[in-house]
Design a binder for this molecule. Structure first.
Ligand code: NAD
Length: 254
């Protein structure tokens, strides 16, 4: 039996990294996947890969920090499926800067893409879920929400907001059968991690540093985060709401 058979699921930032792995796993498990991402080229590639595998996916070009574009995304989903079972608020961007070097533009960009997007997407998802008798929202926060690394204060602020919003929304809609949870990835080996190792002045030293950050002595794989997201999205997690769960190779346990 497929975990998400016939479920309609929006995954933001689904064109790369954790979001892409989540789209693939959701589709394998029977979901009709809507990939919402600003990256049109990569979004269409993953849409085609899923369709070529005989599964269902639709790419909708969306900047999740724009209320107009998010409204367009949801009206496309309503037109096509008339329901929504799962929303995964995954789109996000990083920034490494010492706190007082962060200008207002940085502050707004990070908070708009990482935090406001969760508000914009969820406020349109919830009325559809209420009408359908329930649903599941999974937000992608970060270990930085709990324990910020140096140069990550503004990113941590945005992700701390995502974790807090997760708990607040979970309480608001618990009686309506809408569960809201968050995953807190640690260091995950994506294309970006690969590039930052390759482009660093001393790639071997950077690689050792990244690997040794975890008690498990390696970064995670996007699929390892996707497996927690699919669990939380599915009925297997029917008694879990308002939880922010690390997937971090033991980093937060230190
Ligand atoms: P990624 O860069 O590989 O993928 C992010 C995707 O989001 C991209 O496809 C990008 O085009 C899209 N995106 C960016 N801005 C967008 C916007 N305004 N509207 C729509 N789409 C947008 O990154 P990733 O590492 O897979 O990260 C996914 C999520 O996981 C992010 O929220 C990130 O903060 C979080 N996270 C990642 C790590 C890690 O180590 N990779 C750790 C903790 C948390």
């Amino acid at each position: 039996m497929q975990l998400l058979y016939n479920k309609v699921a929006i995954i933001t930032g689904g064109a790369s990294g954790i979001g892409k792995a989540t789209c693939q796993l959701f589709a394998e498990q029977g979901a009709k996947v809507i990939i919402a991402d600003v990256n049109e080229e990569a979004g269409h590639v993953i849409e085609q890969q899923i369709v070529d595998d005989g599964r269902e996916a639709t790419f909708v070009k969306t900047d999740v920090s724009s209320s107009e574009q998010v409204e367009n995304l949801f009206s496309e989903v309503q037109k096509r499926y008339g329901k929504l079972d799962i929303l995964c608020n995954n789109a996000g961007i990083g920034m490494e800067k010492l706190f007082h070097n962060v200008d207002e533009e940085d502050w707004e960009r990070i908070h708009n893409v990482n935090l406001k997007s969760v508000y914009l997407c969820s406020r349109l998802a919830i009325p559809i879920m209420l009408e359908n008798g329930g649903g599941s929202i999974v937000n992608v926060s970060s270990v930085n929400a709990e324990s910020p690394r140096k140069f990550y204060s503004i990113y941590a602020s945005s992700k701390g907001g995502v974790s807090a919003l997760t708990k607040g929304m979970a309480i608001d809609y618990a009686e309506e059968n809408i569960r809201v949870n968050a995953v807190l990835p640690g260091c995950i080996y994506t294309e970006q991690t690969k590039k930052s190792i390759e482009n660093s002045p001393n790639p071997q030293q950077t690689k050792d540093l990244i690997y040794n950050m975890q008690p498990l002595k390696r970064p995670g794989k996007p699929e390892e985060v996707a497996k927690l997201i699919i669990f939380l999205a599915s009925d297997h997690a029917s008694f879990i709401t308002g939880s922010c769960i690390p997937v971090d190779g033991g980093m937060l346990a230190r």
